[in-house]
Design a protein around this ligand. Sequence first.
Ligand code: NAP
Length: 198
Amino acid sequence: MTKIAVLGNGRVGGTLATALTRAGHEVTVADSTPGAAAAAARAARIVINATPGSDSLDRLAALREELRGRILVDVSNATADGPDGLPAGLIYPGSSLAEHLQEALPETSVVKTLNTMLFSVMTAPGALSQAPDAFLSGEDPWAKQTVRDLLKDLGWREEWITDLGGIETARATEAAILFVPHVIRTSGFTPFAISIAR
Ligand SMILES: NC(=O)c1ccc[n+]([C@@H]2O[C@H](COP(=O)([O-])OP(=O)(O)OC[C@H]3O[C@@H](n4cnc5c(N)ncnc54)[C@H](OP(=O)(O)O)[C@@H]3O)[C@@H](O)[C@H]2O)c1
C-alpha cells in the first residue's frame, strides 16, 4: 500500500484514483480548492499530476516544499487548444513540460507516463485490440521502477512498459498529443493509445 495524491478530479484523475484505490493504495484526490493540492502532496509518497498541463508548471513549482522527496508522476499534456477545444499546438515546443517540472523541482523525481492515450486506456490497457505502450521518461531509475510497479497495479504488463530514458525523452511523448485531434476527428472517442508497432 502506498500513499498517493492525485491532483485533479477530472476524467484522468478520477479514473486513476478509482483504479489505484481498488488496487489497495491509500489515495487522496485534490480538486482546485485552494490548499487541497498542498495538503494532499504533503501526506503522499507519490503525487500524480492530472491537472491541465497549460498551467501545471506554475501550480506545481509553488508546491516545491510539499513535493520535496516525492515522486511526481506527470500524466498531463501542455497544449494550446484550437477553436474546437481539441489540442492544436504545444506550449513547450523544443522542450517539454516534464523537463520544466524537473528543473523547477530539483528535489522531486519527475516521471512522465500515460500521456499518450485516452484516459480510459490508462486503467484498462488490456481492453484494446492490440497491446498498447506505456512510456516512461525520467532521471531517477528507482522512481521509474516504482512507477512501473504502479502501472502493473493498473493492469499494464511488463512487456507493454517502455523506458525511453531521461526526462528529455518526454519531448517525444508530449509531442504525440498532436496526433490526438486528428484521431478523434476520424474515429471519435473510441479508446486508443499511441504505440510503437513491433
Ligand atoms: N482526457 C484524456 O483522455 C487525457 C489523456 C492523457 C492525458 N490527459 C491530460 O491529463 C490532464 C487532465 O485531463 P482531464 O481530461 O482529466 O481534464 P479535466 O477532466 O478537465 O480535469 C482537470 C481537473 O483538474 C482540476 N484542476 C484544475 N486546476 C487545479 C488545481 N489548481 N489543483 C487541483 N486540480 C485542479 C480541475 O478541477 P476543476 O474542475 O475544479 O477546475 C479538474 O478536475 C490534462 O493535462 C490532460 O492533457 C488527458
